[in-house]
Design a protein around this ligand. Structure first.
Ligand SMILES: Cc1cc2nc3c(=O)[nH]c(=O)nc-3n(C[C@H](O)[C@H](O)[C@H](O)COP(=O)(O)O)c2cc1C
Length: 333
């Protein structure tokens, strides 16, 4: 057993959290992760309306009696989703743990805190972690440059970002980005985190509600097979290298290229279609570099059990053995 402030705060068996994932964070995956002793998070915006989110929360409750939460991602958008409505749905459904991500979460954090909800804020820079801490969040989830989704614009990988944040942040931290196995969990704890947040690894599980061909794509792709897109718009995204993302990179490489030129290729609805049909030419597939470490498609329980078993054996056998291996000079002579 590995106990940390995170396992205690959330009432979970293992310090393993699943980050919000558009189109993937549905009740099937979330309940499987929570039932296996981790913490699953439904992704609010995957549901078309706040009422659909209420129904999805009910559906998830019917599938697990373990703690689970909801991710609310706040995107800069011309046609903003009904954020207050989603927030109300979360609060009125009695959810006790929320992950916020994205821009200016203050009003959401204030409201969640006023209703006794534990808030994890996910960010990609130490300065953002500190401002979220000042806002009163309970846990910081910090995403290194390796991560799927939006790694920010600073390009600092987890090996530096996590300890840099741990030096300054006082609330418990989750290490996120590039973690997929027991080695990653032990490394995260060593760097100062008290748990891990995973995205890509959970997409390649039996219960992830996406097409088998996408899971297979993750298994077949290596650590070099991601693209960074939208850099020039300061909204960098890390996606799987596919014919669609190759085309996006090619178009955006042209001097003066504008977002409108790729808009139809990168539409969220097309990404959803790719995940559902398994046709990778349909739209973007979001994955991180950790796909290079993913070689199987286990159940969430098998995955979490393996991570925990490996982590405990690395700590108790391999690392403890290294400490013991230091033989005093006199004894060696
Ligand atoms: C398919 C997919 C969709 C994602 N969608 C979101 C999202 O809607 N909101 C969010 O905060 N993070 C999103 N993420 C990021 C994850 O929550 C997590 O921070 C990231 O995957 C961690 O990096 P890893 O993939 O290396 O584990 C997504 C990740 C994936 C793989």
């Amino acid at each position: 057993m590995l106990q940390t402030r995170v396992t205690e705060m959330f009432g979970i068996d293992y310090p393993i959290i699943q980050g919000g994932m558009m189109w993937v964070g549905r009740a099937e995956l979330v309940s499987a992760i929570s039932n296996a002793g981790g913490l699953g998070l439904l992704t609010a915006l995957t549901q078309p309306t706040p009422d659909d989110l209420r129904r999805e929360i009910d559906r998830c409750r019917a599938m697990t009696d373990k703690p689970f939460g909801v991710n609310l991602t706040i995107l800069p958008s011309m046609n903003a989703p009904d954020y207050p409505g989603y927030r109300r749905a979360i609060i009125e459904s009695g959810i006790k743990i929320v992950e916020t991500a994205g821009h200016r979460p203050q009003e959401h954090v204030d409201d969640f805190k006023a209703h006794g909800i534990l808030v994890i804020h996910k960010c990609t820079a130490v300065r953002h972690a500190l401002s979220a801490e000042r806002m009163g969040v309970d846990v910081i989830s910090i995403d290194g440059f390796e991560c799927a989704g939006h790694p920010g614009e600073d390009d600092v990988p987890g090996l530096v970002l996590i300890p840099a944040a741990a030096d300054k942040v006082k609330v418990p931290m989750l290490a996120s980005g590039g973690i997929g196995d027991g080695r990653g969990l032990v490394a995260a704890l060593a760097l100062g985190a008290e748990g891990i947040n995973m995205g890509t690894r959970f997409c390649a599980t039996q219960e992830a509600p996406i097409h088998d061909r996408i899971k297979q794509l993750i298994v077949e792709s290596d650590e070099r097979s991601t693209h960074l897109i939208f850099r020039q718009f300061r909204n960098t995204g890390r996606v799987c290298k596919t014919p669609v993302s190759d085309k996006v990179v090619e178009i955006l490489r042209q001097p003066g290229a504008e977002f409108a030129e790729v808009q139809s290729l990168v539409a969220g609805a097309k990404g959803r279609a790719a995940l559902e049909t398994g046709v990778i030419d349909e739209g973007l597939v979001w994955t991180g570099q950790v796909q290079g470490l993913i070689h199987d498609i286990p159940t969430c329980k098998e995955l979490i059990d393996t991570i925990m078993r490996d982590a405990e054996s690395i700590i108790s056998d391999r690392l403890a053995g290294m400490v013991r291996a230091k033989v005093p000079q006199a004894a060696a002579a």
